[in-house]
Design a protein around this ligand. Sequence first.
Ligand SMILES: [Zn+2]
Length: 142
Amino acid sequence: MTADCTPPTISGLLVTFLVRSGAHAMDKKRQENYKKKLQVKREDLVRNIARVEEEGRAADVDTTVDLADKAANSYTKEFLFGQTSAERAFLQLIDESLRRIKNGAYGLCANCEEEIQQKRLDAVPWTKYCFNCQGKLERGQL
Ligand SMILES: [Zn+2]
């Protein structure tokens, strides 16, 4: 920031106004950072789900007659299914966060609409609740 006397731009004024009025205006660069993090995580998940599904299909064409093998095979399938459903839920959470970035709601708690703590977003960029509300949610109070 230079201390020259160029007049403030409209968007600069708007940001100042939003910050002063207590409204939320997350740093664009910071938001881009989270977006990147989310997208990387998303690609990871999509790849993983595809791979696990492939394994599931491979287990399907298994032609073993041995009962113990069959049991082990269905156990594997169940395990793989459980794994993908957890990852799908996670993927949904990430997609939701990306949508929230698009419509400007990202970084605000979905419950109390307070700004989510930066430390918390850094650790879990896909969260939609602030620390307090997440705690309430986990205690079944939300
Ligand atoms: Zn909250």
